[in-house]
Design a protein around this ligand. Structure first.
Ligand code: C5P
Length: 219
């Protein structure tokens, strides 16, 4: 069996959370570890792809020096970095847990605890994946979905709305799946297909996802 199955392909992967600054010392963020995106990057590189990994704040380390890793902080920075490369990639996988909203203004000084309540106005962040979908030409575009209700319907809705070729649904209901765990249980959807996988390590999930992508590219 051929091992360098992604030789000649360029893959862009987003990973991790984003941090949206409130003041010089505080931010709004989430518990995404970045593990899924790092596993995808390592596996894609092993398969011979040129990999561009754009990650929000994460403790993950990249041992594979061939992976081009860019560390960013906010959604805006991630968007900017993604579109530095997007035109020239064959496959893009958005596994980052991008913050949906960011503080409208970043306080210049640390906010003091004076009043009994504090209101921070938030404004919508750019949807990086949706923007990729709008600008799609040759790219095979993969998104992730993490839903708590009507999961399959919502995932398929996102596939359409964001103009994706494939979406990976993470189940939150399954023990061991999702954000901070080293394991994940996924379902994959394209416009015409649906495939369900067992609970497994994120390294093995990465293999399943890339196997599926490769299968689609051959169609
Ligand atoms: O719409 P929702 O946030 O649930 O979609 C999740 C998918 O969209 C993930 O693939 C995530 O990486 C991507 N996304 C993004 N930019 C955002 C929000 C989500 O790229 N601002």
């Amino acid at each position: 069996r051929k091992t360098k199955t992604l030789e000649g392909k360029t893959i862009l992967i987003t990973a991790g959370p984003t941090y949206e600054a409130i003041d010089p010392v505080r931010f709004i963020g989430n518990h995404s570890s970045g593990k899924m995106g790092f596993s995808l990057a390592e596996e894609a590189s092993r398969r011979g792809a040129k990999v561009i990994l754009i990650s929000g704040p994460s403790n993950q380390v990249m041992d594979d020096k061939r992976v081009e890793l860019y560390r960013v902080t906010s959604a805006k920075e991630m968007l900017e970095k993604v579109f530095q490369f997007y035109d020239n990639v064959d496959i893009a996988i958005a596994s980052a847990a991008v913050a949906d909203y960011a503080p409208k203004e970043v306080a210049k000084e640390k906010i003091k605890k004076n009043d009994d309540s504090l209101t921070i106005e938030l404004v919508k962040n750019p949807d990086i994946l949706r923007t990729m979908g709008e600008k799609k030409s040759r790219q095979f575009l993969v998104g992730f979905a993490l839903e708590t209700q009507n999961e399959e319907e919502n995932a398929k809705g996102k596939l359409e709305k964001k103009n994706l070729d494939m979406i990976v649904l993470n189940s939150l209901r399954d023990e061991g799946a999702g954000f901070k765990n080293n394991t994940n249980k996924i379902k994959i959807f394209t416009k015409t297909e649906r495939k369900e996988f067992e609970l497994k390590s994120k390294d093995d999930v990465a293999k399943d996802i890339l196997d599926f992508v490769e299968g689609q590219l051959l169609k």
